[in-house]
Design a protein around this ligand. Structure first.
Ligand code: PAF
Length: 277
């Protein structure tokens, strides 16, 4: 596995990779969810590239950039064991040299949900993903369904800017008790870790109501609110029942829809979602 830091090194190594090339962008501190993206890429592509870059521009001023967990040696060992051919680990000053002032911004899709509570977040994501796509030049790129809005926004950007890249969205991987895997789960103390299952339980309650015939979106949102309010360590930030493609809030679930939420458990902000309809 080649490990590269500069754009020049990356470009020359990229030329030697047989295509199609699958790409898994990450911010490191990898878990089984990331490895499942690598496995999907491995199954579909002749070569697999990954990146590890904790992107400062997608963190707000009061967010957890400084304490975002990092363990590069462990990440590299996991990627090598999963069969990655090339890893790019750019430096912040390489990605954002002094004088940097060009941004990629998707408009409507980034306004609700995560965009409503994390101003500027998606501008940072789309800018860095566009730079990563330009640098790596993959045929396919792999994202997790857990960040459903991110996947929708990246899909839109890829289409709008004519990147010749297929965006593949892979299922959310969960712990045995249903908690969606996330690098941020490591911030939870044992009590919070137990309380954090409330996200999965709340979404499951709404999904089983939907499966039993409840299609009113507000009823489904109310079930999520009720479940989270019953957990003293959790504080709901938003719950949404929206059209899967446009992310517009629904009155009733008719077609493919996204039931999504963000909640604080202690000081840790977690997100999760289910696709229904
Ligand atoms: O999902 C992530 O880990 C990040 O948002 C991404 C796509 C690697 C961009 O920094």
């Amino acid at each position: 596995m080649k490990i590269l830091t500069t754009l020049l090194e990356l470009r020359s190594a990229r030329r030697t990779l047989p295509g199609p090339v699958g790409f898994v962008p990450t911010m490191g501190y990898l878990h089984a969810g990331h490895i499942s993206l690598v496995q999907a890429a491995r199954a579909e592509c002749a070569s697999v590239a990954a990146s590890i870059f904790v992107n400062p521009t997608q963190f707000g001023p009061n967010e957890d950039l400084a304490r975002y967990p990092r363990d590069l040696p462990r990440d590299l060992a996991l990627l090598e064991a999963a069969g990655v051919d090339l890893v790019w680990t750019p430096k912040v000053e390489g990605m954002y040299p002094s004088g940097f002032q060009t941004w990629v911004e998707v408009e409507g899709l980034t306004r609700p949900l995560e965009g409503g509570t994390r101003p500027g977040h998606f501008r940072g994501v789309t800018t860095v993903v566009a730079k990563l796509f330009n640098a790596v030049g993959p045929d396919k790129a792999y994202f997790g369904q857990k960040d459903a809005q991110q996947a929708a926004v990246v899909r839109r950007m890829t289409k709008d800017l004519d990147f010749p890249i297929e965006i593949v969205v892979c299922p959310t991987l969960r712990e045995a008790d249903g908690l969606a895997m996330s690098s941020r789960n490591t911030f939870l103390n044992p009590e919070e870790r137990q309380a954090a299952t409330v996200l999965f339980l709340a979404l499951s309650a709404a999904k089983s109501a939907y499966d039993s015939g409840e299609h009113a979106a507000e009823k489904l949102r109310a079930l999520v609110r009720e479940a989270v309010n019953a957990e003293p360590l959790a504080r709901l930030q938003y719950v949404s029942c929206a059209d899967y493609d446009t992310l517009e809030e629904l009155e009733a679930v008719r077609g493919k829809s996204l039931l999504s939420m963000a909640a604080y458990v202690g000081k840790t902000r977690l997100i999760d979602n289910f696709v229904i309809g």
